[in-house]
Design a protein around this ligand. Sequence first.
Ligand SMILES: [Ca+2]
Ligand SMILES: [Ca+2]
Length: 408
Amino acid sequence: MMENKQFYRVKASVYAAAGLVLAVLLPAMSLGALITPTDVATEMGAVWSLGNIIDDSGMGAPQVDGYDTHVNTDGSTYLWLSSGGSQLTGPINFDLGGVYDVTNLVIWPPNTTLRTTCAISNFVVRYIGDDMTVLHTSGTLTGTVAQLDGGRIKAQVFDIPDVSNVRYMSINVTANCGNGSYTGSSEIKFGGTSVGAGSEPAVYDLLSPTNATTDMGTVWGHVTKTWDLTGVEGSPSPLTTTNKHGQYASGANMWLSNGDTEGNVTYWLDGEYSLGGFAFWNFNSTHDTDGSRRCVKQFDLSFYDASDVLISSTNNLLATRSAVYTANNTYKFWEDGTGKIQGPLNAKPCYYAELFTFTKVDGVKKVVLHIDSAWNVPTPAGSYVGLAEVGFLEAASTPSTGGVVLFW
Ligand SMILES: [Ca+2]
Ligand SMILES: [Ca+2]
């Protein structure tokens, strides 16, 4: 894990009495590079595409205060509007595509004569490092108002706290300018200075088991659905650590236990292998619309040879990634209690594997996955734990870093 020093500096001008932090609009502010995010997701949904706020759509001359203006339009080409109805607040999560010292937030409000009060008016900004550590969370920021002049609009620049080594930004919208149907924006960028390229997940080929059983029962799906590539996007062969397992409300793709959150799932390989890692995709279901997470939390692995003799076992391992499904068909960031942010950034209802590496074990034919506990947060209606897919890493291709590697 990279070191995560917090070098943020809160500008005195953004603090006000009673703990309320007011953003300051500085029309001629000096910025570093203007950062265009490379990915964006929200749980507010979109009737007009969310991608329209990071793709320079509608941007161009003339400039005002040093920034390009954004075109006025009534249509879906250049703006983002949230799903109609109740999806007016929530996080908008940005991948900056690299690591930056972030100093400013630049917002072009929604610019459409059809929707004059959709702009973000209150929000909290969260800064997240390359390893998903939360670096800083601001107080409530305010200040955006819709600027509709019938033509091109200028940017609104917010002097947010300076935070170093930021990879991801999350703007948690707590209110819009009064519109009861939609929240939106024309374009959003950040001001800052590049620090580095940032890390990308490595890709490793995985070995899929060829059979499985469980002593935990099955209420949904079957444990064979955890190794047969069902639900893995593209049904890849071989399976890799960066393939995504889509979220499905069907037992055709996953397994869910029947009344137990502790027990064994036993996997067989098609021969004896030297293993050095285990990857799994946690339970990932549309059934979890209540926010519960019927995912594996703590587990260990025991390795057996072809004569069914125990070779060795791992210590307890902690799965940190579990799904948080929202009614809006996207996953959102959630805090795992250790200061980490989990959850996929991309709005697709699917996510990546976690990879656990361990000291090489030779001659493995059978692996018993002992599940000690489930996340099951909040208190579930029943006692269940599930899995979406698993795979093993042969020792020859085990990453040298060791420990837990999180992919997303
Ligand atoms: Ca745009
Ligand atoms: Ca599956």
